[in-house]
Design a protein around this ligand. Structure first.
Ligand SMILES: CC(C)(COP(=O)(O)OP(=O)(O)OC[C@H]1O[C@@H](n2cnc3c(N)ncnc32)[C@H](O)[C@@H]1OP(=O)(O)O)[C@@H](O)C(=O)NCCC(=O)NCCS
Length: 210
């Protein structure tokens, strides 16, 4: 671990990441990179360059990709990883993490999140505010669980999926890669083909229209 942290992305998500990093008290200096040249600071933290400048900092700083979009976050993460960057993991001190929980690099766990025992969280995930993940879950790489998502036990969320705010998944469910679950949806059946699923119970948005 280095004593400087560079956060790529200074928007709302980036600010929350910076707030968590500050509370972790592990880095003496935190700075942002952002492609919007109209903003100079965010959360009182200086923006010192554009995202493409990240490679200049690879040898001296930890890096964190604070980009909400799963595909863009994955691309930026993988570019950095391929160049040997040290990618930080951000875990808010007011989250609760059970035993035998593995959290991979580049993931952020936000305040109030609870991750129960024997769960795996992949790399580059967003475990947003107040999410609960129960025992024996597998959250694959670059998943975003929005604020207030609740996952029961033995759930598998396929890579790159996005679960909207307040959605819930009952126990023993598998959700396919690249799925989108709408805000407030309740998933009670396995999702075996990618798409957008909404409602209670959650169904494919196109089936709903037909
Ligand atoms: C599911 C979602 C991605 C769909 O977005 P979209 O593809 O742009 O869909 P649209 O807004 O065009 O809506 C399409 C239809 O689905 C319905 N719909 C959209 N989201 C819905 C939801 N969450 N629950 C129930 N119905 C929903 C719309 O009412 C619309 O119905 P209609 O065809 O009868 O008019 C989006 O509505 C959503 O829920 N996003 C989650 C946002 C979130 O949680 N953000 C947190 C960020 S940290």
């Amino acid at each position: 671990m280095r004593n400087k942290l560079i956060i790529i992305g200074a928007s709302g998500h980036g600010k929350v990441a910076a707030d968590i990093a500050t509370k972790m008290n592990k880095w003496s200096t935190i700075a942002f990179l952002d492609d919007n040249s109209n903003i100079k600071t965010s959360l009182g933290i200086e923006i010192i360059g554009k995202s493409a400048d990240a490679f200049k900092f690879i040898n001296d700083c930890d890096l964190f990709v604070a980009i909400g979009n799963n595909s863009i976050r994955k691309k930026v993460y993988e570019d950095l990883e391929s160049k040997g960057a040290s990618i930080a993991t951000l875990i808010h001190p007011d989250s609760i993490i059970g035993q035998q929980v593995e959290i991979c690099s580049g993931t952020v766990v936000m305040p109030g999140a609870i991750i129960n025992c024997c769960t795996h969280i992949g790399k580059g995930c967003i475990i947003n505010t107040g999410v609960t993940i129960d025992h024996d879950n597998i959250i694959e790489d670059y998943v975003h669980l929005s604020p207030g998502v609740h996952l029961a036990g033995n759930v598998i969320i396929g890579k790159h999926s996005w679960l909207g705010v307040g959605s819930a998944v009952i126990n023993n469910i598998t959700i396919n890669n690249c799925s989108i679950i709408g805000a407030g949806a309740v998933v009670i059946n396995n999702i075996t083909s990618s798409g957008t699923y909404v409602g209670v119970p959650a169904i494919n948005i196109h089936s709903r229209r037909n």
